[in-house]
Design a protein around this ligand. Sequence first.
Ligand code: SF4
Length: 78
Amino acid sequence: MQFGLCRDSEPDVFFPSDGVGVDKARKICKGCGVRSTCLEYALGLRIEHGVWGGASERERRRINRRRKLATISEPKSA
Ligand code: SF4
């Protein structure tokens, strides 16, 4: 967060209550230099609320689900 563009925004912007608010946060994240680190942080800790790394709560759940499925379906190497 020290290096994120959100450091100059009100925290409420990243905890929106509707899709319009999510889009507003996403626009800020889009130009952020630590976006992927931020997203991985939120995914790794399974943070449920807010927009992190440009991804909403729903999008992060979807990413984690997809990754879990990919891990399950990966062939085991010897
Ligand atoms: S990606 Fe978004 S929430 Fe994450 S640090 Fe950057 S501006 Fe903040």
